[in-house]
Structures are given as structure tokens and as C-alpha cells.
Design a protein around this ligand. Structure first.
Ligand SMILES: [Zn+2]
Length: 474
């Protein structure tokens, strides 16, 4: 369950579960050589974990204990997962669900995707697929809604409640193992499951963004990242009790709002730091980055977003858990960036253009079906990677494998980011030239590995043509 983070200038989350859901954090400086290892090494082995089906009627005390301590990483190690999509939202929510699930499916060997109508909760454990991962709260997932009377937590569009806490700040989400529950005269049982749910609809797009997870049975995040962790214990009545740890530190901020080229942005500096004459240059650079992203994506009504500016990486790491130069939180419409060169066309402007693209595209276009297209779009918008223009990468970047071979998340992650990110940028450049931005938006951006060839045809081209165009760029 380890996954080494390759040396790179754009940082991705490093645990398997993070890998599975993929989220971007970008560094503006080149040559970062961090190679951290997943913190999930303590994952329980599959052999130690009881099968979920056996826990409904006759869980032994040791099985029950193992179930209570199960982490998402250990859950994913038990065998092929079944991704259960919520379908109670509108068409847009359904599309976003499918796109996010496709990214996860492409990272998990043998994983399958079903929708929430496929499980008859009243049928008890026998009605469930193996290793179910539920996407979305009760407002979008009918399985979560049907389980509501017996779940030891609740999650919907506006709040999460667990362990006596009510969490309703924008950007809040939960990743939790819910241990199996035995049937009783009033309610059917259910197997152990993994739940991803966030506020908003559908609330799961890039749900792991900026939030390492997988090592704790319960993790709650907000717009800054990891907020609280928790564990399960058996309650005296035979049910489950969640014990939550102390919330992470959250500072206060000096906020100001302004409208920049149609983008309603709120920019925030730590209140503990005196305002400096340079702040205005920083605000201008952030505004230029957002405005250029909105313009490049041809957005007529870009969503509002909040940009938190940290004095340095250390401060950003302390307050968000992410020590990269920048990262985006799609849920909560938030960017976190450290101060960098605020000159026109400088590092800060490019960083904000890249990260802002993740939020803008997720809001205006929907979820992406591959990290290659998600990052490719952000690199294309910012026009550069590691400070080097895409036109320079086009002269030097080889090899250029078939696009379809890079779409599965595992394949994307297996190559250095200094290949995949600029390759993605060149791919978007080639695709926009071939079929136009609207077709990229409507067909290619949300396509996953399995759907790529058909999506290319829908976009008015073919996978072979785009491979050829990409190979011919120089
Ligand atoms: Zn990115």
C-alpha cells in the first residue's frame, strides 16, 4: 500500500486513496526533488480483515474489532471494489459522479461501477456487491438515504453530522469507513462500506483535493484540508460511536473582495501578518491569473472563488497540510497559494491560472474523467509548466505515447509528472486546434480511459488523429 511520489514540480497526494481520487497541487518553482512515501504503511493486511459478508450474523469479537479499526487503505486492499454512484441529483450531478468514478476505477484493479438503484438495501447484506464504495450523501445517493436510519453518521447537501459534531462550513467533506451492521428485527444489515460525501451537489468532485487520506477510519476535511480524524468504537447499545480528535488549527484572515474581469474573487491574508505595500501587487497578480483562466476557458459567468495567500511554504503547510506552492479545493471553490513573483506573467500569476482552472472547469464544465485532461487543461491555460512555455516543451518532450495509454490514473502516475503534465498541456493544445474548445469541453474533458475512442468520435475526430497531432507538435 505504498506509493512513492515521483520527483516533480507539481505535487499530487501520495497515499493510495488519494491517488485513487486524484487532486492537483502545483509548485511554481522547478526542480523539486521530494520523494515522500505514503503514510499508509500501517494499513491492515487483507488477511487480518474479516470478509464483510460474514459480519452480519456472527462477527467474532476479534472480527468486530478489526472492522472497527479498518482504514480506507486497508479496505481497498481487500479486493476489487464496487463504486456505487448516487443518481438522485440532476443530469449534471450524474455526469460529475461518473467522471469522478472513472478516475477512481482506472486506479483500482478490477473495480466496477454500478449505480445506487442496483442495491436493494431492504435485502440486507446479500443484496450488496463486494467492497462497496458509496459516492455522495443522502441527497444524491439513494443507498445512503435508505441507510439513514441505521448509519452512525449523516451527510447531505448542507451538513455532515458525526460524533456529536455538526459540520457545515463550505467545502466540508467526509471520507469514512462505516463498519458492518448486523440485521435486527426493524432494519436489514449492511456490509462494511467506504463513504465519500461532501457538501453541495454532488459534493464528490475531486473530493480528495488537497487532503491526504486513507490512513484513518474517519476523516473530515474543509476548505483548508484535513480538519479532524476519528475512530469508531462499540457503543453500549451495540451500535457505533464516533470519537473525533481535536480540529486542526484554523487561523483568522484579512479578507477583501473585488471583481476582476467578471470573476468575483475574495483574497485572504493571515490576520496575524501586517499588510505590506506588496499585498496590492499580489492581489493584482492573483486577479490576472484568474482573469486569464476565465478568458482562456471562454467562461461567461465564472464562479466566485476564494484565494488564500501564505507568506511561504512552511506557513501553507502548517495551515493546510500541503507544502506545495499552490493547490485547489474544488469543493469549497478555494485556492491556496504561497507568495511568489507577482510581476505580470510571473510565477504567482501562472500558478493561480493553473489552480484556478481546476476550480473553474469543475464548476463550469463538470468533473474530468482523467488526470491527463484535468492537468493538461490547467497547463494549457497557464501556458507553461515549471516556468517553461509549452512551445519549448513541444521541442523537447519525448516520448509521446498513445493518449489512451496515459488516461488510466495508474498509468498517469507511473510516469514522471515532468512528462505527463506538459504532455497533457500539448494534448489539449492539439485537441483545441483539431476540434475546438467546445468539443474538448463537451466530450474529451469528461472522457475516461474506456470512453476515450468514442469521445473522440463524438468530438469530431478520432483517437488516432489526436495521437498523430500530438506526435507531430514541435
Ligand atoms: Zn493541477
Amino acid at each position: 500500500m505504498r506509493s512513492a511520489r515521483p520527483a516533480c514540480a507539481i505535487r499530487l497526494s501520495s497515499s493510495l486513496a488519494c491517488l485513487a481520487l486524484w487532486g492537483c497541487g502545483a509548485d511554481v518553482t522547478s526542480g523539486s526533488t521530494s520523494a515522500s512515501v505514503s503514510a499508509s504503511a500501517s494499513a491492515t493486511s487483507a488477511a487480518e480483515v474479516s470478509s464483510s459478508a460474514s459480519t452480519e450474523r456472527s462477527a467474532s469479537p476479534s472480527q468486530r474489532r478489526a472492522d472497527l479499526e479498518l482504514t480506507p487503505d486497508a479496505f481497498l486492499a481487500r479486493g476489487p471494489a464496487t463504486l456505487v454512484l448516487g443518481t438522485l441529483g440532476d443530469d449534471r450531478a450524474d455526469r460529475d459522479m461518473r467522471a469522478q468514478a472513472e478516475v477512481l476505477r482506472s486506479a483500482l484493479p478490477g473495480a466496477t461501477v454500478i449505480d445506487d438503484a442496483s442495491i436493494d438495501v431492504a435485502g440486507g447484506v446479500a443484496a450488496w456487491p463486494k467492497n462497496p464504495i458509496l459516492f455522495g450523501g443522502a441527497h444524491v445517493n439513494r443507498v445512503v438515504a435508505a441507510l439513514a436510519p441505521v448509519l452512525p453518521l449523516s451527510a447531505d447537501e448542507t451538513r455532515i453530522e458525526i460524533g456529536g459534531a455538526r459540520i457545515d462550513a463550505p467545502g466540508s467533506r467526509i471520507v469514512a469507513i462505516v463498519p458492518a451492521r448486523a440485521a435486527d428485527p426493524a432494519h436489514p444489515g449492511h456490509p462494511t462500506l467506504l463513504l465519500y460525501a461532501g457538501l453541495g451537489t454532488p459534493g464528490i468532485t475531486e473530493i480528495n483535493g488537497g487532503m491526504r487520506h486513507g490512513g484513518e477510519p474517519i476523516l473530515i476535511g474543509d476548505s483548508f484540508g484535513r480538519l479532524r480524524t476519528g475512530v469508531w468504537s462499540a457503543a453500549p447499545d451495540g451500535g457505533l460511536r464516533a470519537a473525533l480528535g481535536e480540529p486542526a488549527r484554523r487561523d483568522t484572515w484579512r479578507r477583501s473582495s473585488r471583481d476582476v474581469a467578471g470573476v468575483a474573487m475574495t483574497i485572504a491574508f493571515p490576520s496575524g501578518l501586517e499588510a505590506t505595500p506588496d499585498d496590492e501587487r499580489v492581489v493584482d497578480a492573483v486577479g490576472r491569473g484568474l482573469a486569464s483562466s476565465a478568458k482562456r476557458l471562454a467562461l461567461t459567468a465564472p464562479p466566485p472563488l476564494t484565494v488564500y495567500v501564505y507568506p511561504n511554504r512552511e506557513a501553507k503547510k502548517a495551515l493546510t497540510g500541503d507544502g506545495g506552492d499552490g493547490h485547489a479545493m474544488v469543493i469549497g471553490r478555494t485556492l491556496h497559494v504561497r507568495r511568489a513573483d507577482a510581476a505580470p506573467g510571473g510565477g504567482l500569476e501562472r500558478l493561480v491560472a493553473h489552480e484556478g482552472t481546476h476550480v473553474f472547469a469543475a464548476e463550469a464544465w463538470g468533473g474530468t474523467g482523467s488526470a491527463l485532461m484535468g492537468e493538461g487543461l490547467a497547463v494549457w491555460v497557464s501556458g507553461a509548466y515549471q516556468g517553461k512555455p509549452l512551445s519549448e516543451w513541444a521541442k523537447t518532450l519525448t516520448p509521446r505515447p498513445p493518449i489512451a495509454s496515459l488516461l488510466p490514473l495508474r498509468a498517469f502516475r507511473a510516469r514522471p509528472e515532468a512528462e505527463t503534465y506538459p504532455l497533457g498541456g500539448l494534448l489539449v493544445t492539439a485537441a483545441v486546434a483539431r476540434v475546438g474548445l467546445e468539443n474538448v469541453r463537451d466530450h474529451l474533458y469528461s472522457a475516461g480511459a474506456e470512453d476515450w475512442a468514442a469521445a473522440c468520435v463524438r468530438a469530431g475526430t478520432s483517437a488516432e488523429q489526436l495521437d498523430h497531432d500530438l506526435a507531430a507538435m514541435k
